[in-house]
Design a binder for this molecule. Structure first.
Ligand SMILES: Cc1cc2nc3c(=O)[nH]c(=O)nc-3n(C[C@H](O)[C@H](O)[C@H](O)COP(=O)(O)OP(=O)(O)OC[C@H]3O[C@@H](n4cnc5c(N)ncnc54)[C@H](O)[C@@H]3O)c2cc1C
Length: 317
């Protein structure tokens, strides 16, 4: 049975957060905070503005063992239609800062927007991170799942990740962090909140950087459904090759089982890029779940391949 948080608990928590001047909102419509534009109302969203407030928030929640989930830019999530069994935590304030510590060494808050921040760093004359300017979401979320595209991934540039775990602020150099294709120890363990990262980026030629930014943006625009409500690729590409040695792509499998364009309520497997599911209007998380299950079942039946989900569930779907 679903264990929803009571009004009394929300009231008590609000009073306690108020004592420490920690920003929060009640009754937050989560659909507007994610790219799918799907999701119900969170009874309480806490928005710590600095590390002290974050530590205090976690202390308050841990004391009564109140479940919580961290929301970033909401671009890799399918949010539950009923996200009322947990508290939503969303970093703000100093976690939105970018600081250039020295030439090419940047300290970036986990709540900064990936696209503008990496465009800005690129236009300052630093090269290699142009691809990150095409990935939506926030920096913390990008680290969690080692976001990447066009042959690059964020961990190529990371020196250090700062995070809070078991109430303690910690920092790990990249060599001590377990990460891989679209994953990291933070995603696997779900026991840490990323607060900021340090990256190192080499200087380059500004003209070439501008060209690279444009090329990547054009490539993105031509290959993905434009201005559609989605959470990007729904499935990871399986690490398998066909008989000619070419990598097998998730979109190809979905196409081959005949699900391109399939509708469920207001959710649709994109006719343009069938590894995307798009929300055509007021789709429910349940509609998307049905499409995801159908894809997995049909692909498994025809190819004996299990398509692993890239999109995460935020709450019970
Ligand atoms: C149109 C579109 C295109 C996309 N293209 C790509 C692509 O090319 N490559 C790619 O890799 N991804 C892509 N994505 C997916 C998505 O943009 C990335 O995964 C992004 O990095 C997620 O960041 P976010 O802030 O939105 O995370 P969210 O979706 O908010 O959260 C994702 C996970 O990270 C956790 N999380 C978020 N912030 C923190 C934190 N500070 N501490 C601890 N946990 C945290 C959340 O709890 C959740 O588990 C695309 C998405 C869309 C909509």
């Amino acid at each position: 049975m679903r264990k929803t948080l009571s009004n009394k608990l929300i009231q008590e928590l609000s009073e306690e957060l108020g004592k420490y001047s920690i920003p929060f909102k009640t009754g937050v419509q989560l659909s507007i905070l994610c790219s799918f534009k799907i999701g119900g109302i969170s009874p309480l969203m806490i928005e710590p503005e600095n590390k002290e407030q974050l530590s205090q928030t976690l202390f308050i929640l841990k004391k009564d063992e109140i479940p919580y989930k961290v929301l970033g830019g909401g671009t890799n999530l399918l949010i539950s239609d009923f996200p009322d069994t947990f508290i939503t935590l969303r970093l703000s304030g100093i976690f939105k800062e970018l600081i250039e510590e020295s030439n090419g060494i940047f300290n970036i808050g986990a709540a900064t927007n990936t696209t503008p921040i990496f465009r800005k760093i690129s236009l300052m004359g630093y090269t290699g991170v142009e691809f990150l300017s095409t990935i939506p979401g926030w920096v913390g979320g990008a680290v969690i799942q080692n976001a990447g595209c066009y042959g690059g991934e964020i961990f190529n540039f990371i020196e250090n990740v700062d995070f809070i775990k078991d109430g303690v602020l910690q920092s790990l150099p990249k060599e001590k962090i377990d990460f891989g294709y679209r994953t990291s120890q933070f995603l696997k363990n779900k026991d840490s909140i990323i607060t900021n990262i340090k990256i190192k980026v080499p200087l380059g030629n500004l003209e070439e950087i501008e060209l690279s930014l444009k090329e990547k943006r054009d490539k993105r625009n031509s290959s993905q459904p434009e201005n559609k409500k989605s959470a990007g690729s729904v499935f990871k590409n399986p690490s398998l090759k066909d008989e000619l040695g070419n990598p097998i792509k998730a979109w190809w499998l979905i196409d081959r089982v005949g699900l391109r364009g399939k509708l469920q309520g207001s959710a649709q497997i994109s006719p343009e890029h069938c590894n995307f599911i798009v929300n055509l209007g007021n789709a429910k998380a349940q509609d998307v779940l049905i499409l995801i299950s159908e894809v997995q079942e049909k692909v498994h039946n025809m190819f004996q391949i299990h398509l692993e989900r890239e999109v995460e569930y935020f709450g019970e779907i």
